[in-house]
Write a protein that binds this ligand. Structure first.
Ligand SMILES: [Zn+2]
Length: 315
């Protein structure tokens, strides 16, 4: 039963900001996606967004009691300072402190992929599992690690940067300065770039996947992508022993064309131990904003109510 209170979850991405208004009983009342507008002062922009959504909530008869804002980049979890977010052009931004000082509701902040991992664990494909590896495959590749029920941020907030694991030592150069990174082969940008390099034709990664039946170059580029991903998952499995691996991000639209070769490659790469099950995300592109809303619940002392959120239907 709703008590008329709600939380906001904002997932601020390089191109799109997703916002959710979730009643504290777990009902998703409102959902929107807008282009991320670069503001001279990003905190101004976010405060205005939170104010607008709070008014919108009132129109639904709901009082916003808290908000969670998640962003990409290198984030100091203890302070909520964004050290570096290349896609947003932010450096050393004390986001949490600034939002807490200026927003009209209690705000917490965090990392987008770790928030998505939390949401998948709470409501999605890793529901009820304490040891989870979530890998999001979009323009780039990053992972959320949950071990013993705790999300791992690492010593500098940089845990989970599996996209820059050198899965092909001495391989193709990555914009990060290393060679042979997973992203070079298996990210959306990597698949598109490698296909264009071979054919001279610009296609999105989804476009490449759409040509697997008739185009041997598409098959070759996609096989390189899924085998690089499987190899990264072999290493991650040996290191972390996840009970489940969840794949998220835009490339999960490839469905069985992604899942089947990755499962096979992971199983083939592990000889003496079984492979963990690999599932596609159940929350899709809402995972980050749902995780942000869940973080807001915890921040305002309502984490016990998150049990009721398990009724949120899969998307
Ligand atoms: Zn790299």
């Amino acid at each position: 039963m709703s008590d008329g209170s709600a939380v906001l979850g904002l997932d601020v991405g390089g191109t799109t900001t997703k916002a959710l208004l979730v009643a504290t009983d777990g009902r998703v009342v409102h959902e929107e996606r807008r282009a991320t507008v670069p503001a001279a002062d990003p905190v101004d922009g976010l405060v205005a967004e939170l104010d607008r959504l709070t008014v919108l909530a009132a129109g639904h008869g709901l009082t916003v009691v808290g908000a969670g804002v998640v962003t990409p980049g290198l984030i100091e979890e203890a302070t909520g300072t964004v050290r570096y977010a290349s896609n947003l052009g932010w450096r050393d931004l004390p986001l949490r402190a600034a939002l807490q000082a200026r927003a009209g509701v209690p705000v917490t902040t965090g990392h987008d992929v770790r928030a998505a991992g939390l949401a998948e664990q709470l409501l999605g494909a890793a529901h009820g599992v304490d040891d989870v590896l979530l890998v999001t495959i979009g323009t780039g590749i990053a992972a959320a690690l949950v071990s013993g029920g705790r999300p791992l941020a690492g010593g500098t907030g940089a845990a989970g940067e599996i996209g820059h694991a050198p899965v092909r030592p001495g391989g193709e150069p990555c914009p990060c300065g290393q060679r042979g990174c997973l992203e070079v082969y298996a990210s959306g940008a990597g698949v598109a770039r490698r296909y264009e390099a071979r054919t001279g034709q610009a296609r999105s990664a989804a476009g490449v996947v759409g040509r697997l039946d008739e185009d041997p170059v598409a098959r070759e580029v996609w096989a390189d992508a899924t085998s690089a991903l499987a190899d990264a998952l072999v290493t991650a499995t040996l290191l972390l022993d996840p009970s489940v691996v969840v794949l998220g991000g835009g490339l999960t639209a490839a469905a069985a064309d992604l899942l089947d070769p990755v499962r096979a490659g992971l199983a083939a790469g592990l000889t003496w131990r079984p492979a963990p099950p690999v599932h596609l995300t159940r929350l899709g592109s809402l995972a980050g904003s749902l995780g942000a809303a869940a973080m807001a619940m915890t921040h305002v002392g309502r984490s016990a109510d998150l049990v009721g959120w398990r009724a949120v239907p899969a998307r």
